[in-house]
Design a protein around this ligand. Structure first.
Ligand SMILES: NC(=O)c1ccc[n+]([C@@H]2O[C@H](COP(=O)([O-])OP(=O)(O)OC[C@H]3O[C@@H](n4cnc5c(N)ncnc54)[C@H](O)[C@@H]3O)[C@@H](O)[C@H]2O)c1
Length: 342
């Protein structure tokens, strides 16, 4: 029997995150990186050489990469405001898509992307790689095994200030047009996280936001309260200004137990008299080489090969993005916003 053809991967936007994706694609035996698109020929050439992609074609126009018949999967690692047009074009060309977060900067773009992916039937995965974080896997397993009983309150925080000192994409991410806002730029990971831990749909959101340092065009501090259908109350803190190094907090309170980051207290374990700490790999750095991209990308490849729906496909990601956009609307208008958004 002939060996199955390897999936041709085309990567758009050869920056910080793309280089980690390329490493992960190269490690997957069912894939070959066949094309790179970047506005900067120097970036694309340097990635081609560094990663030994001798067969990869280089494009300065991403639309040409999408049209390349060797490309089966389009990996969108470009600036946030390009994710919708590139995702729509890829889906319309019948190419599977991995879209880095955010899928879109606003609701109109999100709907457009969702429609295009639905209509084409291609597989989609949106870049919430923390689904494959060992720490997140531990928490979900504790929850499923009854450590916390019935969860009634959950908090997730994404704190990361001083981005100008370490983030190469800072010049575009801080703009409203390209970065979008605090939740599209970064806090979306915390919104996605709270949805992973609270297994109920969000039905209402209230948020306050502020811009206290004026380093971003959008409000870099936004605190969102979420009411879930089962009554659970959630809170997502997102602070991208001030003097704070990266910190991702998770707190869960349930009828039988509580989790505070890597410590838990539970009556599920008889005789536990105080906080127990579980050693794990915490999501405690924004450094992309630390992120579980390998497991995320392998999952997409398995789903394509086995015709399964990826865990965080566009449909799932839409729910996270609706919370984000409802929070922005609530902060603007000073009132609660019901979900789903019409
Ligand atoms: N999932 C995660 O944990 C994670 C982590 C980092 C970044 N990301 C996402 O990945 C995407 C890329 O982010 P990044 O950190 O790699 O950013 P980056 O700035 O390093 O790269 C972005 C791309 O845009 C290009 N670019 C920059 N300025 C440009 C311009 N003026 N005109 C045209 N192209 C330009 C860069 O060359 C690069 O190809 C973003 O959407 C970001 O949100 C996700």
């Amino acid at each position: 029997m002939a060996a199955a053809k390897r999936l041709g991967i085309g990567v758009i936007g050869i920056g910080w995150v793309a280089r980690e994706h390329i490493k992960a694609w190269k490690n997957n035996p069912h894939c070959a990186v066949v094309a790179l698109a970047s506005h900067s020929v120097a970036n694309a050439t340097s990635a081609k050489e560094t990663h030994g992609l001798s067969d990869a074609r280089l494009y300065t126009d991403w639309a040409e990469l999408i049209r390349d018949p060797r490309v089966d999967v389009v990996d969108i690692c470009s600036m946030n405001h390009l994710h919708v047009p590139q995702g729509v074009a890829a889906a319309e060309a019948g190419k599977h898509v991995l879209i880095e977060k955010p899928a879109a900067n606003d609701l109109a773009g999100l709907r457009q992307l969702e429609r295009a992916i639905d209509a084409s039937g291609v597989k989609s995965l949106v870049g919430f790689e923390l689904h494959w974080s060992p720490y997140f896997e531990s928490i979900r397993s504790m929850r499923d095994n009854g450590f916390f009983g019935s969860i009634f309150y959950a908090e997730c925080d994404y704190f990361s200030g001083n981005q100008d000192k370490w983030y190469q994409g800072y010049h575009w991410v801080k703009t409203r047009e390209k970065g979008g806002g605090a939740l599209p730029a970064a806090g979306c990971h915390a919104v996605d996280a709270i949805r992973q831990f609270v297994q109920s749909e969000a039905v209402e959101v209230f948020a306050y936001s502020g811009n206290f340092t004026r380093v971003m065009e959008w409000d870099p501090t936004i605190v969102t309260l979420i009411r879930f259908a089962d009554g659970t109350i959630g809170k997502v803190g997102c602070i991208l200004e001030g003097n704070v190094t990266y910190q991702f907090n998770v707190r869960l309170h349930g009828s039988k137990g509580t989790l505070v980051n890597d410590r838990f207290l539970t009556s599920f374990i008889p005789g536990q008299t105080g906080w127990a700490q579980f050693p794990t790999i915490l999501p405690d750095t924004p450094e992309v080489s630390h992120h579980p991209f390998q497991a995320e990308l392998d999952h997409l490849v398995d789903c394509i090969r086995e015709d399964r729906t990826p865990t965080v496909d566009i449909k799932d990601a839409v729910k996270t993005h609706e919370i984000m956009f409802a929070a922005e609307q609530s902060a603007r208008e000073g009132r609660p916003v019901k979900l789903p958004l019409s």
